[in-house]
Structure formats: C-alpha cells, structure tokens
Design a protein around this ligand. Structure first.
Ligand SMILES: *[C@@H]1O[C@H](CO)[C@@H](O)[C@H](O)[C@H]1NC(C)=O
Ligand SMILES: *[C@@H]1O[C@H](CO)[C@@H](O)[C@H](O)[C@H]1NC(C)=O
Ligand SMILES: *[C@@H]1O[C@H](CO)[C@@H](O)[C@H](O)[C@H]1NC(C)=O
Length: 189
C-alpha cells in the first residue's frame, strides 16, 4: 500500500515538473508591446536655459526617451532588472526658438503702438502697418495684447514661447480620434 502511495506521488511530481517546464517556454514578447505598468520611461532631459526638453524635434515636436521594463520582465530576448533599457519612445515636447512670452507681452503693452511686438515675433509686414498707423489707432494694439496674453498668437516660425517648464503655459484642448469619449448613461430619464 505504501509503495502504491509513493508511486502516485512520483507521478504527480513528474506531472507538475512537466507543467512547469512548459510554462517557462513562453512566446517571445517585443519590448515595445509591453503593457502600461510593465515599464517606466525616463523623463525628458530639461535644458535649464530654455526650461524645455533637450533635442526636441522641430518637425515632430517629440523627443526620444528610454523606457525600462520592470525587474524580471523578459522581452526581446533579455531579462530586465529595472535599470536596463528595453526600448525608446517618442514623447511630446515643446520646440522653442528663443522668443520669450514675457518679452512679447511687455513689448505689446508698451511698444505695441509701434508694432515692435509684431517685429519681435517675426511678422514684419503687420509690424510696419502698426508702426505707420499707431497700431491701427491703438485698437490693433489692444487686439494684439489680448492675442499674445491668451497665447493665441505665437512666434511666426511656429515655435513655442519660452515659458518655465511648469509655468503658465496655455494649451488648446482638441477632440480627435484618440480622445476617449465617456459613454453616456440615459437610464432614469
Ligand atoms: C542631443 O543630441 C546630441 C547630438 O545628436 C546628443 O549628443 C545628446 O546626447 C542629445 N541629448 C539628449 C538629452 O538626448
Ligand atoms: C542590471 O543589469 C545591468 C546589465 O545587465 C547591470 O549593469 C546593472 O548593474 C543591473 N542593475 C541591477 C540593479 O541589478
Ligand atoms: C480620424 O478618423 C477619420 C476617419 O476614420 C480619418 O479620416 C482621419 O484622418 C482621422 N484623424 C486623425 C487625426 O487621425
């Protein structure tokens, strides 16, 4: 009886071992396909001069950061330990080209009637018109102050204003295909 019992245990242990070796043989995962929470990406390196990310691309307005899979995650044929780089990701950033928000606003308030703010931002034609007409008799100056203060009017080259990284940056919120639209509940009406 004891012998039979031992045989059963032996079979059970062999089965468990076979099962374990099977589960080790998982399909290979590309590090880029990891799910959120299985990796951490570095923050972009901030340039102290501009207060924006270093190497921000003018064309794509993104910067590349390294992403590090969590410890013991196996992907792309490597076991990661939390510090090794699994893949690189492009994250949005602000491309700046030297035009400062504070300077533009101050120029607009104090010298806007001569169009200096428009020259500073790179719109010489409108600047000349403002210069010749005393800023459309101050009405155009007022409009420009509002446009600059609300950050609707930016530098002509499409760059972003120099503003502190955690400063008073206004960004327009748009709805596009990637916007999550919360399903509406209509029961009870
Ligand atoms: C920015 O780009 C330069 C040259 O391409 C490179 O040497 C430098 O390491 C990059 N800096 C960052 C923070 O990626
Ligand atoms: C992670 O692995 C890398 C290279 O394999 C090694 O240089 C580093 O010291 C390891 N870090 C830890 C926290 O084990
Ligand atoms: C949104 O989807 C429409 C049709 O599905 C497509 O024509 C359009 O280019 C998409 N827009 C963006 C920003 O992906």
């Amino acid at each position: 009886m004891a012998n039979l019992f031992n045989t059963q245990w032996f079979v059970l242990i062999v089965l468990v071992l076979v099962k374990l070796t099977e589960s080790v043989d998982e399909p290979e995962i590309d590090c880029k396909d990891l799910l959120m929470g299985q990796y951490l990406c570095d923050d972009p390196k901030i340039d102290p001069e501009t207060q924006q990310a270093r190497n921000c691309s003018q064309e794509t307005r993104t910067v590349q950061v390294a992403c590090r899979p969590a410890p013991k995650i196996v992907c792309s044929g490597q076991t990661h330990n939390g510090t090794t780089i699994g893949f690189y990701k492009n994250v949005p950033c602000k491309w700046v080209n030297g035009a400062s928000f504070e300077t533009a606003l101050l120029l607009s308030v104090f010298l806007g009637m001569f169009g200096i703010d428009r020259f500073y931002l790179g719109y010489p034609a409108i600047g000349l018109v403002k210069f010749g007409t005393l800023g459309f008799m101050f009405l155009g100056q007022l409009v420009d102050i509002l446009l600059i203060a609300t950050q609707m009017l930016g530098p002509a080259d499409g760059s972003n204003y120099l503003i502190d990284y955690f400063g008073a940056v206004l960004s327009r919120v748009v709805v596009d295909n990637t916007t999550y639209i919360k399903p509406q509940q209509y029961d009870g009406y």
